[in-house]
Design a protein around this ligand. Structure first.
Ligand SMILES: [Zn+2]
Length: 322
């Protein structure tokens, strides 16, 4: 990816004010894990609503896209409130969060967000057709003041002070087409659209039977996931040579959306997944000494970034090739 794109500033261009969408947009499709078919509609929402899912099949029961509603997390991120579940929120939330949409209702009549083509591109197209409107209320940012790191086995995730929202995501799978891949970028609607939104979810052929045995990927197909065989890909071509690393970064942003406010922070994930991502969100929100809420993101930009345990000068940490 071009250096210019990686260094592109995010929030200044998105303004000081909260946003919502202008027009409604709808889509429908099967859920990846449950196999349940659902209809989804994005609707404008007033200032200070946040991103709110509404189960229209359950009297518009509302589930806020926030850390306290994270439920079980394994191969997808699920939200649960008072026993009402909503699965696989990460791709839609990644698109909404990257586009700087602060307030939106997501009306859905099923238990799982449609997987569509396995990427966030269809959601980006919906958001583009919706348009964005500025509201007369200042946007509040969550600005990270102190680092927080979580390590689990050989996996790590960390969040550090920064003047803008940046992510760095590293994956390592022992597969000829994957191997070590890394993505690093400032998150903005443009960088997300160009670098991440088209990257699709993936799984290994050898995992399909065990996952089905666990009641997962009942809606999975060659149309909504890349399937990796022992030495290749079953349903190529890939959209990017490093589509897997890009998709992991997409998932990371979708899980960070559960912070509930735009972030001023740098997040690094090393062989992490939904479980570590959402633990980071929960532990961050649980410790207010780590952050402050500000409506003035441009202040204190002189604060230096904190070096992290992931700052490793090894060659595979070069930016991913486009
Ligand atoms: Zn995903």
């Amino acid at each position: 990816m071009a250096k210019q794109e990686r260094l592109q500033a995010c929030y200044p261009e998105m303004g000081m004010f909260q946003t919502t969408i202008i027009r409604e947009a709808a889509t429908e499709g099967i859920g990846l894990h449950t196999g349940v078919y659902g209809h989804l509609r994005l609707r404008p929402a007033p200032a200070d609503t946040g991103v709110v899912f509404r189960r229209v099949d359950l009297d518009n029961f509302a589930i806020q896209a926030q850390g306290q509603n994270v439920a079980r997390v394994s191969y997808a991120t699920s939200l649960m409130k008072q026993g009402v579940l909503l699965s696989t929120t990460e791709h839609l939330l990644a698109a909404i969060y990257s586009c700087g949409i602060d307030n939106v209702y997501i009306d859905i009549d099923s238990i799982e967000i449609p997987i569509l083509d396995g990427s966030a591109e269809p959601f980006m197209q919906m958001l583009e057709s919706c348009g964005t409107r500025r509201l007369r209320r200042k946007r509040r940012y969550l600005k990270v003041l102190k680092a927080l790191e979580i390590t689990e086995g050989g996996r790590r995730v960390g969040i550090y002070p920064a003047a803008e929202f940046r992510v760095r995501c590293y994956v390592d799978f022992s597969h000829a087409l994957v191997g070590q891949q890394e993505v690093e970028m400032v998150v903005s609607p443009e960088t997300f659209r160009h670098l991440l939104s088209r990257a699709r979810t993936f799984c290994f052929e050898r995992d399909i039977a065990p996952l089905r045995g666990m009641g997962l990927i009942r809606g999975g197909s060659l149309e909504n996931a890349i399937v990796l065989t022992d030495d290749g890909v079953m349903n190529g071509p890939l959209r990017f040579p490093d589509e897997f690393g890009r998709h992991k970064a997409l998932d990371l942003i979708g899980d960070l959306a559960l912070v509930g406010l735009p972030l001023l922070a740098r997040v690094e994930a090393y062989k992490a997944g939904h479980s570590l991502h959402t633990q980071l969100v929960s532990r961050l929100l649980a410790d207010p000494s780590l952050w402050t809420i500000t409506t003035r993101p441009e202040e204190d930009l002189s604060q230096p970034d904190t070096p992290s345990a992931l700052a490793d000068p090894s060659p595979y940490l070069a930016p991913a090739a486009d």
